[in-house]
Design a protein around this ligand. Structure first.
Ligand code: DHB
Ligand code: MG
Length: 220
């Protein structure tokens, strides 16, 4: 067992501080603001990652020199557009979405961002969609933000299809505060944590709902 962090769970930030920092760092220039706003406008659930998390995804994609990215769970395309913003000019991102309306809204946002040739929205179930994308790999980044009860399966797929040094990112790692409860979804999410820690270099970043960040080790 790791030593306990005596400050774990403490928060110095409040809404005012977070907005002050977001105003400075995010400005108003991002191409993905339309995608960020569209779930609410289109009567879809507004459950995408936050603006600063979107920026983080783009920076991480840039840091690993990403050329091939897979996302599970598109919603309106906000995180896909952010991830693609950090990708090489000749890169490609595939994002899997099981809801036809969400996929249609995402395609529109992606086209408006001028990224229709660099992002493919794959219709269908996450696990089946990943199986169809196997031949496009190995991947530089896999971002999971989909049905929480299958995060363990998504994590295993990522380990098999990430290049050495590639990134596995998983949103909602605290499972809306239910991570330690009984039931299949908390158990699957705990397995996703345990397996990322066992097989990759991993950490859970304390974003509002937790973000697993894990690096595929180099093969020796
Ligand atoms: C939900 C899903 C998400 O991925 C998220 O970040 C927040 C909420 C949901 O299904 O309610
Ligand atoms: Mg999420």
């Amino acid at each position: 067992m790791a030593d306990k962090d005596s400050r774990a769970g403490e928060r110095y930030a409040n809404r005012e501080i977070v907005s002050f920092c977001d105003d400075i760092h995010l400005g108003d220039s991002t191409v993905s603001r339309a995608a960020f706003a569209s779930p609410e406008q289109e009567n879809m659930p507004a459950i995408m990652v936050g603006l600063s998390e979107g920026r983080l995804l783009g920076l991480l994609s840039r840091m690993v020199g990403a050329r091939r990215i897979v996302e599970v769970g598109t919603l309106a395309g906000f995180s896909a557009i952010e991830l693609a913003g950090g990708m090489h000019a000749d890169g490609h991102l595939w994002t899997i979405e099981n809801d036809a309306k969400h996929a249609a809204v995402a395609r529109k946002n992606i086209a408006e961002a001028g990224l229709e040739n660099r992002i493919t929205v794959v219709d269908g179930d996450g696990v089946e969609g990943l199986a169809r994308l196997e031949a496009e790999g190995p991947f530089d980044v896999v971002f999971v933000d989909a049905d929480k009860g299958r995060y363990d399966q998504y994590g295993r797929w990522a380990r098999t299809h990430l290049r050495p040094g590639g990134l596995l990112l998983m949103d909602n790692a605290y499972l809306f505060g239910r991570l330690l409860e009984d039931g299949p979804a908390p158990a699957a999410m705990r397995r996703a944590h345990e397996e990322a820690a066992a097989h990759l270099h991993s950490v859970c970043i304390p974003t509002p709902d937790g973000l697993i960040l894990a690096i595929q080790p180099d093969t020796d």
